[in-house]
Design a protein around this ligand. Structure first.
Ligand SMILES: Nc1ncnc2c1ncn2[C@@H]1O[C@H](COP(=O)(O)OP(=O)(O)OP(=O)(O)O)[C@@H](O)[C@H]1O
Ligand SMILES: [Mg+2]
Length: 355
């Protein structure tokens, strides 16, 4: 069975084609045949963040050429597609409507059923496309631009929320701190690059909820602490903006910020593993690409004899492959059937544990 997946929840248009196995191969991971992605980052950079209306309009421009690219790359034709999947939520309503509308129009025109996918389920299952795929059950650490969650995952569609951020997400903490340092949107990867040559112990920044005893996170206070620290540094150096500070000071603050975020994520992930008694951790979402986070998780998991799995680096942030994969895994596990009802809706807010 061939599943075409369309992702359009935010500022990346992604399309992918996966081959899904039949029921007797239930345990096998669907095969990714081709995927294509267009990132709108350059367009939104000028505004310092995603402009929803511009995002929707650009998805309209990109989605069909990307679908053609995927079909060409896989050597398959549109008529061979058995199911058209799309991101139903969560995300920006207008952006989601583009993917959902195109998917349902394609489905109706081809006479093939459609399936709406939860974006975070896509992120969470994306490590199944890596060279070292996980096995159920596991604890998932979902760290993206909009979410920071710890989940107990017992199988496809079996998600129990263990803890989450009560305010900003980890990716947001990276991006907002980066913005204060004068870096372009999204600043997370740029801050991480600066941090590589900085001293993570140079400045003392808060580790919010580190000792709260539960698995919740809070990152909103961190950006205020970064702001206060950067203002102090600017005043002490007698310069007018952060970017005019000596480079080593800039790198030290970036490293200290990254260290604060990473320490909380690692500690809480270890607590979740201890609490559940599970011996496997799956990391997903854009922040999962962070090298320092990976290094510290590898170390902490190594000591505890816990297996840790990550998505391929290029599949950490939004992409169509994870949406096609999630649809294929839902179909293969019998959790969901594709539907010939093309009267779609989207769910901008949609808790994963309500699936
Ligand atoms: N190397 C890195 N270090 C830190 N943060 C990173 C790195 N690479 C990407 N990010 C962050 O990951 C986030 C984007 O990830 P992703 O695409 O998974 O999130 P999203 O789709 O915007 O949010 P959601 O999936 O919650 O709707 C951004 O906040 C970005 O700064
Ligand atoms: Mg995402």
């Amino acid at each position: 069975m061939l599943v075409l997946g369309i992702e359009s929840s935010c500022d990346e248009t992604g399309v992918a084609l996966v081959q899904c196995h039949s029921a007797e191969h239930k345990g096998e991971v669907p095969e990714l045949l081709a995927h294509a992605l267009f990132s709108q980052i350059e367009m939104h950079k000028a505004f310092g963040g995603v402009v929803p209306e511009l995002a929707s309009r650009d998805h309209i421009r990109r989605v069909l050429p990307l679908a053609q690219e995927v079909l060409k790359g896989s050597g398959r034709s549109l008529s061979e597609v058995d199911v058209v999947a799309y991101t139903r939520g969560p995300g920006l309503a207008g952006a989601l409507l583009v993917g959902a509308g195109v998917a349902c129009a394609l489905g109706a025109a081809l006479g093939k059923p459609v399936l709406g996918v939860h974006h975070l389920e896509g992120h969470l299952l994306s490590p199944f496309l890596s060279a070292d795929p996980p096995e159920f059950p596991f604890v998932a650490l979902l760290v993206s631009g909009g979410h920071t969650q710890l989940m107990r995952v017992d199988g496809v569609g079996s998600y129990v929320l263990l803890g989450e951020s009560i305010d900003d997400a980890a990716g947001e903490a990276f991006d907002k701190s980066a913005k204060l340092m004068g870096l372009d949107y999204p600043g997370g990867p740029l801050l991480a690059r600066m941090a590589e040559s900085g001293n993570p112990k140079a400045y003392t920044l808060p580790r919010p909820l580190l000792h709260s005893g539960n698995l919740d996170f809070s990152f909103a206070g961190l950006k205020t602490a970064v702001l206060v620290q950067s203002q102090k540094m600017v005043a002490a150096a007698g310069v007018s903006i952060f970017k005019d500070l000596p480079q080593d000071e800039q790198h030290d603050l970036a490293a200290s910020t990254q260290a604060a975020i990473v320490e909380v994520l690692v500690k809480k992930a270890m607590m979740a593993l201890k609490q559940t008694g599970l011996k496997r951790l799956v990391v997903a979402g854009g922040v999962g690409a962070n090298r320092q986070l990976r290094a510290q998780l590898n170390e902490a998991c190594g000591v505890r004899k816990i297996r840790v799995h990550y998505p391929e680096l290029h599949l950490c942030t939004d992409n169509g492959a994870m949406i096609a994969l999630a649809a294929a895994m839902r179909l293969q596990s019998g959790k969901q059937q594709a539907s010939a009802n093309y009267a779609f809706d989207v769910k901008p807010r949609w808790p994963l544990d309500s699936l």
